[in-house]
Design a protein around this ligand. Structure first.
Ligand code: ADP
Ligand code: ASP
Ligand code: MG
Length: 602
């Protein structure tokens, strides 16, 4: 006998027929001898309709009342589902988030789960009930109803699966699995048979709306196997599981798009690390998630810092940045609203060369200009004009042959909890950290890795035009060098700076390859052989605000300057002067509560 959590999304419970179909599915699992917990979303477009209704009353609905309102959508579904199961002759009971004891923090409309009490559910399961839980909602310490953010029922389902130590979490939705990209935008998209937590976490956080990214954070932390599948058929869907080496054979697994991005830039920040720290700390305090952070020291000794935020946060971000700029004597704050972010994700990128080049070449061929670039070990993101977003997604999807059917990608579903030998130690150390977390969704920083094998190259004042990045990275690819961190910042007066890291022994080869190109394009090149790359590893590092701020705080009174930064859900990497690496590592370990480094080999 196993314990299964089955989650049904809005489309899957939109009509009474579909509710009956979902009920039958749960009963089938029950008949097969399993204990079944169902998590259901609001029916069809109910949540959207409730939001629209609130806006008819007031432009700025109070968050507490919004949660009171939105939680009713799921409450309708659980009652109907319990009636459906009972009408088919099986015992069932519906429970709201509060009744289950899903305790969250107090941030209305984006609450995070702290704890779930499992006694009541376990008792009901033992008594043979199918337990039907309202997704997306919980209750804070003062008994106020909270919601988890749009798409949050996935997170309820995985959190319950983790708390109950379920054998499997099934996500029933209106597509038959996770695709290489949104099949509604790119018809050639292919279903992925198996994907690792890290890849799915990155994909979900860069726009693959099929899963709430916080649900994958939980799955990774608690090692919950997920099967995403269609509620309309019995077809095998996508398994989201721990990393396995065979997954790396294909370098890029998927592509995604975030349409509602906005970019902000603060110019002329006095060159004092304390100021950069203050800036990120105050943005984090407002719960604004910053993405694609780029900072450059301009040659007049003043800094430029840019980052992207969700379009809905732009207004508050700008107001705050203008205030900070005034206080610290920065010269200007500017922004751009009509931008979108296109990303590619794949664990195999770590070890393959030419990935960036191929992505940039695909965009160049469409004449799409790249406005910003950031990377992580397993993703590359570019910022482009919003009106070209879907074209860009299609071009990139094609460039990596993601529309081709793959024989290698029809792996058998794991029947047991997948454990992965190579990184078993990582999973173990993650598990011991997870046990001590103050809340289920609390951020995890599990390790710091120092890499002294790379050097940085910065190209100054290169033209900001379509195709330039493609030409540069094609030259680098010809040298066979594997490019790691890439950062391109916002253009000023038609030119931009581009920085990246390559293995140190390759630096001069890369310089020699780029020099003729720079003579043609204009611009200059600077090598920085003596850098160290520090990587914070963890879970949920981008979506929890404040990680970058904490890092800058740890450094600011030691005069440690971060020359490059790349952020993602599972990694934050920075480049700093090598001479400061040991001190920086020590400070980061203290700031994030990690034990001192085990081996000191420098
Ligand atoms: P549910 O209501 O079941 O939670 P969602 O609408 O949240 O369903 O998620 C399913 C939708 O996600 C699909 O209909 C699809 O358009 C969209 N989607 C976006 N990216 C992907 C992807 N990479 N693979 C599959 N579906 C995707
Ligand atoms: N009903 C909520 C929403 O539409 C939660 C969910 O469906 O996951 O966002
Ligand atoms: Mg969803």
């Amino acid at each position: 006998m196993a314990l299964v959590v089955q989650k049904f999304g809005g489309t899957s419970v939109a009509t009474s027929e579909r509710i009956m179909a979902a009920a039958r599915r749960a009963i089938r699992a029950r008949q097969a001898g399993h204990q079944v917990v169902m998590v259901v979303s609001a029916r069809g477009d109910t949540t959207d309709e409730l939001i629209a209704l609130a806006r008819e009353i007031t432009e700025d609905p109070p968050a507490r009342e919004m949660d009171m309102l939105l939680s009713t959508g799921e409450q309708i579904s659980i009652a109907l589902m319990a009636m459906a199961v009972q009408s088919l002759g099986w015992p069932a009971i519906s429970l709201t988030g509060a009744q289950v004891g899903i305790l969250t923090d107090r941030f209305h409309t984006k609450a995070r789960i702290r704890t779930i009490s499992t006694e009541r559910i376990q008792r009901l399961l033992r008594d043979g009930y199918i337990v039907i839980v309202a997704g997306f909602q919980g209750v804070d310490e003062a008994d106020n109803i909270t919601t988890l953010g749009r798409g949050g029922s996935d997170t309820t389902a995985v959190a319950l699966a983790a708390a109950l130590d379920a054998d499997l979490c099934e996500i029933y939705t209106d597509v038959d699995g996770v695709y290489t990209t949104d099949p509604r935008l790119v018809a050639e998209a292919q279903k992925i048979a198996r994907i690792s937590y890290d890849e799915m976490l990155e994909l979900a956080s860069v726009g693959a709306g099929v899963m709430h990214s916080r649900s994958i954070e939980l799955a990774k932390k608690y090692n919950v196997p997920i099967h995403v599948r269609s509620s309309f058929t019995d077809a095998e869907g996508t398994w989201i599981v721990a990393h396995s080496p065979e997954l790396e054979q294909q370098v890029v697994r998927g592509a995604a798009l975030v349409r509602d991005e906005a970019r902000v830039t603060v110019e002329g920040i006095p060159d004092d690390p304390a100021i950069v720290h203050q800036l990120f700390a105050r943005i984090a305090e407002q719960n604004i998630v910053t993405d694609m952070i780029v900072q450059n020291v301009s040659r007049e000794g003043r800094n430029q810092v840019s980052f992207t935020v969700s379009r809905s946060d732009l207004k508050s971000a700008l107001a705050l940045l203008r205030e900070i700029a005034r206080e610290v004597g920065a010269t200007e704050v500017h922004s751009e609203e009509d931008v979108a972010k296109v990303s590619i994700v794949g664990a195999g990128m770590r070890t393959h060369s030419g990935v960036a080049e191929r992505m940039f070449a695909a965009l160049a061929a469409e004449g799409i200009n790249i406005k910003m670039i950031t990377t992580s070990e397993i993703k590359i993101s570019v910022l482009i004009d919003r009106h070209r977003a879907v074209e860009a997604l299609r071009a990139v999807h094609r460039a990596f042959d993601l529309g081709l059917k793959r024989d290698t990608d029809d792996g058998q579903p794991p029947r047991q909890r997948p454990t992965e030998p190579v990184r078993a130690d990582r999973q173990e150390s993650l598990a011991s950290i997870v046990q001590q977390l103050p809340g289920m969704e609390a951020i995890v920083v599990s390790d710091i890795v120092v890499d002294r094998t790379q050097g940085a190259v910065t190209l100054f004042d290169i033209p900001d035009q379509p195709g330039i990045a493609a030409r540069i990275f094609s030259r680098i690819a010809e040298t066979g060098s594997i490019v790691d961190m890439i950062v391109q910042n916002v253009s000023r007066e038609g030119t931009t700076h581009l920085s990246f890291t390559v293995p140190r022994p390759d630096l001069h080869r890369v310089e020699a390859a780029l020099t003729p190109l720079l003579q043609e394009l204009g611009g200059s090149l600077r090598l920085a052989p003596d850098i160290a790359k520090l990587t914070l590893e963890g879970v949920g590092m981008r979506s929890h605000t404040g990680v970058a701020a904490r890092m800058f705080e740890a450094f600011h009174d030691a005069g440690i300057r971060v020359s490059l930064i790349n952020t993602s859900e599972v990694h934050i990497s920075i480049a700093i002067a090598e001479a400061q690496a040991a001190e920086a590592e020590r400070r980061l370990r203290t700031a994030f509560g990690l034990p001192a480094a085990k081996t000191v080999n420098y």
